[in-house]
Design a protein around this ligand. Structure first.
Ligand SMILES: Cc1cc2nc3c(=O)[nH]c(=O)nc-3n(C[C@H](O)[C@H](O)[C@H](O)COP(=O)(O)O)c2cc1C
Length: 169
């Protein structure tokens, strides 16, 4: 199995989760970097609600050679941030096994995961699993304060992905 973990982050928690999961999966990560910082919460939420796309820095949408894509993104207002919308729009996902991970301040974002799956399936992806993962509470804590807990959660996430993807093959 040759996986790739593709992720977006605004505050850093998804990066820590993604790197720990990738370590477990023994694979590379690719960060989607939005050219806009989207530091204002309301405008970030608005961009997600309207399903905007982003211009990415040094975009790489290639997926050839990977047989499992793990797409990890924070959930914004029960939707996906523009950077992940762009990746989903531009990357070739036809026939690809994908695991989708929604990172939230809450334990579960079922509506967001349903939308995430809907878009991936429309692109022809085979959704192996759609998973919730706890990130950080933005007003209360930072990603670096929660680094140890996030690493541990990312490692567990990697184990879950291995189990789910292992049975697909
Ligand atoms: C604009 C905005 C909207 C958010 N909406 C949700 C939400 O609908 N559900 C949720 O669980 N968390 C929500 N969050 C919290 C983030 O998803 C959470 O803090 C996550 O860990 C941030 O990931 P990051 O550190 O990789 O940027 C929102 C955060 C922002 C900035």
């Amino acid at each position: 199995m040759k996986p790739l973990v593709v992720f977006f982050t605004r505050e850093g928690s998804t990066r820590i989760l993604a790197q720990a999961a990738a370590e477990k999966l023994q694979c590379a990560t690719r960060e989607l970097v939005d050219t806009k910082e989207r530091k204002s919460m309301p405008s970030a939420a608005f961009s997600a609600l309207l399903r905007w796309k982003a211009k990415l820095q040094n975009p790489d949408f290639s997926t050839e050679g990977f047989d499992l894509l793990v797409l990890m993104t924070p959930i914004w207002a029960s939707n996906l941030p523009p950077a992940m919308n762009t990746f989903l729009a531009k990357a070739s996902l036809q026939g690809k096994n994908v695991v989708l991970v929604g990172v939230g301040a809450g334990n579960a974002n079922p509506n967001a995961l349903e939308k995430f799956q809907g878009v991936a399936k429309k692109k022809g992806a085979n959704v192996v699993a759609a998973l919730d993962c706890l990130g950080i509470q933005l007003m209360k804590e930072t990603a670096s304060e929660q680094e140890d807990a996030l690493k541990e959660r990312g490692t567990k996430l990697g184990e879950t992905i291995l189990e789910k993807a292992g049975t697909e093959k």
